[in-house]
Design a protein. Sequence first.
Length: 419
Amino acid sequence: MAALFTLSVTLSLLLGDGLNDSPDLVSSQSPIKRTSTATDLFKGKRQGHRSSALTLTASELLKKTSHTIIDNIGNTPLIHLKKLSAHYGVEIYGKAEYLNPGGSVKDRAALNLIKSANLESGQVVTEGTGGNTGVGLSMVASALGFRCYLCMPDNVSVEKQLTMKSYGAEIELCSTKFGKEDDGHYTSRAEKVARERGGVYVNQFLNEENFKAHYEGTGVELLEQFEEIEVELGGFACGAGTGGTIAGVGRRLKEVQEEVGVCLVDFKGSGLRSYLTTGKFKSEDEGSTSAEGVGISRLTKNFEKGRESVDGVVKVTDEEAVATALWLAQNEGVWIGPSAGGNVIGAVKYALYLKARGRESNVCTILCDGGASYMSKMYNKEWRDKNGLEGVEAKLPKVCGRFEKKADEKIFKGHVGGG
Ligand SMILES: Cc1ncc(COP(=O)(O)O)c(C=O)c1O
């Protein structure tokens, strides 16, 4: 009963009245607004600013930690998605990044970004984020006694916005109508705020510490985990937002086991499939994915670091991603977000492709983040109905026939994209 009460309170907070209780949550109608305490934040005068940060830099503080929350980033479990695997006749594994302390794969990048920023006392971490990097940064910053100012698109889930604020970050919502080159784009805003007000812009797209988190962490862990369970890894498939994950993991896998295939999972509206197959960025779909954090329409430094490792690309639809995530929640006890749902169904497609060619078809993917961040979005039928996902239910998509017919053969041609 108590649990039911808690759940209904939580839901009403997330879906209804609770939003009005949040005074500085900026409306999506107003593209650029910031919270009223921003000036204090940049002066390092906010209450609760820990004294340790006033005397030590972030890297010095990090040397001193053990058994803290940030020491628990990484070393995530490997999950065999047994029922899904049985359904498709291939073996699919997910690296459970949603079990990181901040709830996503981006905790790893966030830790490295703060480490490399060499923050001095009172400095504010500033970043443009699709949401999860912001959550990771605000968690790490809180643990080390720093503060964050985070700019993000105004369609980032309310749950993530509230999480960042709970960790003490200040957030600025930027309209999705702005393109990358516009002043109002969330990355431009973060850069400008840092420049004008003395913050440190950590830039997850450019900063190779993001790639390194996966090259030195996730990729190595994966290899060890497959060795431990004595399963031969045939392929790795995942999507890209900054490209840090696929580039870091992909490059590490190729260096150690060249025969392991690496496949990009590309989402609606992303230009990466076109880039990898033709050398030019071009979105092949109308609109963009409703999955947060994935899809790129330009070459990022972090993706570039592992581009040569990518052997192929497979496209997934939002319907496939969401249906798969809903099914996994109800059938495997694995509650994940839409990009992770897309990764899983992308991994299935890639495994079927490998199997049809007599190759090892055990494929691993990344379970980027958890379902709790999307209670008001994909786990809410009303939201699905209003966002082009009406009729999508917890049912595994039909994908088997496509590879038997080799319909997608032309997109898997070795090192796609060339020089
Ligand atoms: C939910 C989610 N999935 C996937 C990604 C993509 O990860 P990467 O930036 O390493 O490409 C992100 C990135 O923010 C994300 O938030």
